[in-house]
Structures are given as structure tokens and as C-alpha cells.
Design a protein around this ligand. Structure first.
Ligand code: SF4
Length: 277
């Protein structure tokens, strides 16, 4: 089986930076936690756990004075206040591209705009951004949800970094009739664009696409969706062990891409395994 790797795949700038930050913190202090898994990749989280960097969902078992790392998705200000109350040493690894919509929505609500966040309401990044936007912020995930938004005088819009351009445009088409004054900041991340564009191109040139990354990773899921739009058979896997020979029967070339939270060694392992099939 011939294997072609997507031009842009795997760890992005924000993830590399967060991982480096966490490892450095662990080499200095013995008691290091990440608030939520450092990235949406179970293998990396397991590796961190083995190194003593524990992922926690709340502060119940976190000892006073420990180090807590804010991952790339960021957290709402309220959560940061809880860290301070527990006298934790905070290391902020929020991706600078996520900081942008956080700061922008805060300004929007100060300026009297109704902040709209285009994204998945239950995604940690969106929850974090919403925390900066005040009580009147609205999260819109689909054009159907946009239909339900009541018209407002002034509307300010930001986008979850991993959204696809297609969904953003479709939602904007609906929202454009809901206000007379808009401020729009397209905060879709370039790394996401690059991965989606190169995956789309590759999907059009191969017989099957293998998308590698955590099943809970939004950007990996979107990558798989983008590949599927070409009509090519697309499989989303987390590890090489999930590959099935039957998928490749009668096919000559397989394309491989990976979400921004997938380490290089997993991508290589998958490519090697496919070659041998
Ligand atoms: S995908 Fe973009 S926004 Fe998200 S962590 Fe990577 S660089 Fe930052």
C-alpha cells in the first residue's frame, strides 16, 4: 500500500508550547497538575501521568501550593480565581490564538455588544471564552441554532479556533439579518486551516483517508468531516492498532493526516503499519 502524508499534520504551535511548558514545570516542581488533560490525546496524557504530571477535572485532590497548568484551551476567569484561592502556582499555557477571542469578547461586552461565540457550547475552549464574555453571551454551533438568536442592536462575533470556514460562513449568513451593527473577529486558527486545506487536497487524490487523533479532539473530528466531504472513504483512529486490513482491500493509495494534538510518533507508526498491509 502506498502512503501519502498530508503536508500539514500533527502538533501545532500551541500544543508544542503547552507540552514544553508542562515538562519544564515538572522538572522544577514535584507537584504538577494540568487542569483537564493537557491535550486531547490519550497516549500523551498517559505518558504525562507516568512522568508525575496528573490531569485533574477539579481541585478536590490538589494540594495547596501545587503547580497547576492551564492548557491551550484556557479557562474562564472564575476558574482562575479558584486556583488563586487555593494558593496554587499558576502556569498559563493558554494558546495565544485562544487568548485573542477571550480578550475580544471581554471588550465587546464592555462596549455594549452582544457577544456571540460560534462553536461547540460544551467545548472547554468555548466555555473559557464565554467566561470572559459576561452573562449575555450566546454560543451558536449550527445555522439552525443561529436561526433561534433574537435580533439585537449590536452584535460582536468570535469563532472557536477549530471551527471550519464552511460552518462559520453558513452561520454568518443567518446572523447577518439579526443586527444592524457588527464587529467580527475571525479567530479560526491558521494551524486548523492548514491542516484542513492540505487534508482536503490529499483526500481528493487517494483511495482512503486515515485521520489520526483523539476521539475527543474537536480539530481531529473536523478534519475527518472535511475529508468525508470529498466522498473518499475516511477512517478516524487513535492508534495504529485500530487499522483493519479490510479497509484497504482493492485500494492503492492511502492518505494520512492528523489533528493538531497528535504526536509525530503515532503518525509514523500508523504510516508504517499501513505500508505493511
Ligand atoms: S490549533 Fe491553533 S489555537 Fe489551537 S492550540 Fe494549536 S495553534 Fe493554538
Amino acid at each position: 500500500m502506498r502512503v501519502r502524508l498530508s503536508k500539514h499534520a500533527g502538533f501545532c504551535f500551541g500544543v508544542k508550547r503547552a507540552i514544553k511548558t508542562a515538562l519544564k514545570a515538572n522538572s522544577i516542581s514535584g507537584s504538577v497538575y494540568t487542569y483537564g488533560p493537557i491535550i486531547h490525546n490519550p497516549q500523551v496524557v498517559k505518558d504525562f501521568d507516568g512522568k508525575g504530571i496528573k490531569a485533574v477535572e477539579n481541585l478536590k485532590n490538589v494540594k495547596i501550593g501545587s503547580t497547576i497548568i492551564i492548557r491551550t484551551h484556557g479557562v474562564p476567569p472564575e476558574v482562575e480565581r479558584q486556583f488563586k484561592l487555593k494558593k496554587l502556582r499558576i502556569i498559563d499555557a493558554t494558546c495565544p490564538f485562544v487568548k485573542k477571542p477571550q480578550e475580544y469578547v471581554r471588550q465587546l461586552s464592555r462596549d455594549g455588544y452582544t457577544p456571540i461565540i460560534i462553536g461547540e457550547a460544551d467545548h472547554p475552549e468555548v466555555i473559557g471564552i464565554k467566561g470572559y464574555a459576561g452573562k449575555i453571551a450566546i454560543v451558536v454551533g449550527t445555522p439552525a441554532e443561529a436561526e433561534k438568536v433574537h435580533p439585537v442592536k449590536k452584535m460582536g462575533i468570535v469563532v472557536q479556533t477549530t471551527q471550519s470556514n464552511g460552518n462559520f460562513s453558513a452561520i454568518m449568513k443567518v446572523l447577518s439579518g439579526k443586527s444592524r451593527e457588527f464587529r467580527i473577529l475571525n479567530t479560526i486558527c491558521n494551524a486548523t486551516h492548514e491542516r484542513q486545506d492540505s487534508a482536503l487536497k490529499l483526500a481528493g487524490e487517494v483511495d482512503i483517508m486515515i485521520v489520526v487523533g483523539g476521539k475527543n479532539s474537536a480539530n481531529t473530528k473536523h478534519l475527518a468531516e472535511v475529508c468525508e466531504t470529498t466522498g473518499v472513504e475516511t477512517r478516524h483512529i487513535e492508534a495504529a492498532s485500530e487499522l483493519q486490513t479490510a479497509w484497504f482491500r482493492g485500494k492503492k493509495t492511502a492518505g494520512v493526516t492528523a489533528g493538531a494534538s497528535t504526536p509525530d510518533w503515532i503518525i509514523k507508526e500508523v504510516a508504517e503499519r499501513i505500508k505493511k498491509l
